[in-house]
Ligand binder design. Sequence first.
Ligand SMILES: C[S@@+](CC[C@H](N)C(=O)[O-])C[C@H]1O[C@@H](n2cnc3c(N)ncnc32)[C@H](O)[C@@H]1O
Length: 280
Amino acid sequence: MTEGIADFSEGQYYDVFDPSLGVSDAHRVGLENEETGAVARIRDFFLPLIQRSSGGRAIRVLDSGCGNGISVDLLSAAGVEAWGHDLSALRKWQWRERRMRKRLVVADAATLPFPDGFFDLVISSGVIEHIGVEERGNPRYSVTPLAGRDTLRAAYLRELLRVLRVGGRLVVDCPNGAFPIDFWHGDKAGGARWHSRREGFLPTFGEVERLARSADESARAVSLSARGRLRFQQVGAHWYGRLFAIPMAVLLRVMEIPGFRWLARSPLNPYLVIEIERRK
Ligand SMILES: C[S@@+](CC[C@H](N)C(=O)[O-])C[C@H]1O[C@@H](n2cnc3c(N)ncnc32)[C@H](O)[C@@H]1O
């Protein structure tokens, strides 16, 4: 236990971070952008989703790979029993600033320190693509899938479904591997890059659905519109981001109309939001 934060990592973190060295200026800018994104992710998407689906009942939520942990403070302030976990030494250092530190745990997603069926809703934002791959950022962003990628990703979903109650929902979001541009993993914040399906990094809807079924054959996956989740905030600093934002806003609304919902799992959608129900 450090600063009220339980640490189950046994020193095996996802990253290498020395708190005595702090962060560089460039890194600090990236983390500040991430803070704005974390506030928007909860305020504009997950809190409304929770309010719509809970029908006023008290619910317990896990944010898996919660990053800076802001989600836990925000959801708690809105009356939700929110928990978060992450495996990063940098994140643990960031959590010193969180009010609800007692609900943040350093733990590997593969072995969560929670009992079966503990949560009504599990959120996983921008995490699954980072499981089972090796990424490098210097000087150019590059990523290579590991041999056991799919086994690791299925194990991740299996563990998230284990801590979810029967009838509960797991919401997994990530950039769509079927969309040819990746706006989230460029050489610098907001930088876009082309990528191919063969790269083996960003999953498609079909891949996540298959992984979820291999983790739990009763699981049922549907793809939702990312309206409210996708803000083009960082990429909007570039001309191509601004050009893209208007037609995308229209498309995200169209995906909500019955008869057009299939668009959310198609290659036209840059960002997947997949809701997976645990049925038994
Ligand atoms: C791109 S960040 C997303 C953070 C946060 N969900 C958000 O949307 O702001 C991915 C996070 O996943 C975490 N992560 C990656 N692999 C993990 C694992 N095996 N167990 C727990 N967290 C992991 C990383 O440490 C990182 O904080």
